[in-house]
Design a protein around this ligand. Structure first.
Ligand SMILES: NC(=O)c1ccc[n+]([C@@H]2O[C@H](COP(=O)([O-])OP(=O)(O)OC[C@H]3O[C@@H](n4cnc5c(N)ncnc54)[C@H](OP(=O)(O)O)[C@@H]3O)[C@@H](O)[C@H]2O)c1
Length: 343
């Protein structure tokens, strides 16, 4: 199987689903070195045909299994509603395809572990499509936090939201499809807290404002060992926000577009010192292409995989807390010694 950008043949991707994010990721795949998009699958042949003709994809396939059965596919990009991720990732692994799966990886830690185990059993590589982890500035921000520039870490806070009066049929409003902001946007904020803390929280609390059985807004608190805390807010009822602050005893690092840099602006973050000094950092990178390169390359993916499993475990605990309306412990299966993504 072709899985290296250094091989002469490109890694051939098949795409599962024709939703909104698919359009962007197909363009990212097509603009990544050593990658080609060979086929796209939809539940409907008509939609697959339309998408293939719009995006210059050679083959349009009806049904996701038909895509997995093809031998001109080395890897799949899976952009289905969250409740379908685990089943199709496991089937993709069984078919020997490497996997780039949209976030959230799954709808529970059990499902996420099933994906990881299937990929290990069938010897395929996998990544959740959490692009921000692959941006160069992410490692730079993390180095500030872990390298002592901020002093002793005290609190991490984040907000991710967008305001959208949804159309009917939107999977984000359907509990059966894994809808709701906790999985959709809490994936970023809970993952960010674990990433900067370098460990799982030991206890969490979440409060959700719900509609039709899915959270539309979630506010959460996370407690880590050594008096480190985190809090976040995510939801569909406020304008687009994608910021965080990691606050230490000496300084804070602040980023206002961590999930995906604002379009047409330099990618930026700031270090705020206790005396009002502000250091601005600017950089540019193509995080999705770097993520795709990581998947098809040779570098170990364990750190990314462990963070995804850890995030899913924290989301389980947050959902349980919201249900019980009280703080709950986090049962982290992930080794505290697991490496952190350093990109
Ligand atoms: N990484 C990011 O920045 C980012 C951004 C947005 C979304 N996402 C994630 O990407 C995934 C897809 O999100 P999206 O906004 O692209 O979703 P979407 O527009 O609703 O598209 C989902 C696609 O899944 C397929 N599908 C299969 N069974 C379905 C069902 N029962 N109901 C609805 N669709 C079904 C459909 O394609 P066919 O009918 O053609 O098969 C549909 O077009 C989610 O996990 C989401 O969290 C990630």
């Amino acid at each position: 199987m072709t899985a290296s950008p250094t091989d002469s043949a490109p890694t051939r991707f098949g795409v599962m689903g024709t939703g909104r994010i698919t359009r962007r990721l197909v363009a990212d795949l097509q603009s990544t070195d050593a990658v080609s998009v060979t086929a796209i699958a939809s539940r409907s042949q008509e939609r697959a045909d339309w998408f293939a003709s719009q995006y210059g994809i050679p083959a349009a396939v009806e049904g996701y299994q038909a895509l997995l059965d093809r031998d001109d596919i080395d890897a799949v990009y899976l952009s289905l509603p969250p409740s379908l991720h685990a089943d199709w990732c496991v089937r993709a692994a069984e078919a020997g395809k490497h996997i780039l799966c949209e976030k959230p990886l799954a709808t529970s830690a059990d499902q996420a572990n099933q994906i990881a185990q299937a990929c290990q059993r069938f010897g395929v590589r996998w990544l959740d499509a959490t692009g921000w982890l692959h941006h160069r500035r992410t490692a730079a921000m993390r180095a500030l936090a872990s390298g002592g520039r901020l002093g002793r870490l005290g609190h991490i806070t984040a907000a991710v939201s967008f305001y959208r009066p949804f159309q009917s049929g939107e999977h984000r409003l359907d509990p059966e499809l894994g809808g709701g902001c906790l999985l959709d946007l809490g994936w970023y904020t809970a993952g960010l807290a674990c990433y900067f803390a370098g460990r799982s929280p030991n206890r969490v609390f979440a409060d959700c404002i719900e509609e039709n059985g899915v959270p539309l807004r979630t506010n959460a608190m996370l407690w880590f060992d050594d008096d480190l805390t985190a809090s976040f807010s995510c939801g569909y009822d406020t304008a687009t926000r994608k910021w965080f602050e990691v606050a230490g005893s000496d300084a804070s690092v602040i980023c206002d577009d961590f999930t995906r840099p604002w379009a047409e602006r330099p990618t930026r973050f700031w270090v705020h010192d206790a005396n009002g000094e502000v250091q601005a950092h600017e950089s540019s990178d193509r995080q999705e292409q770097r993520m795709i390169q990581a998947l098809i390359g040779q570098q170990p993916l364990e750190a990314f995989n462990q963070l995804a499993l850890q995030t899913q475990t924290v989301l389980d605990a947050l959902a349980e807390s919201a249900r019980l309306r009280q703080p709950v412990p986090v049962h982290a299966d992930v080794s505290p010694d697991a490496p952190s993504p350093s990109c």
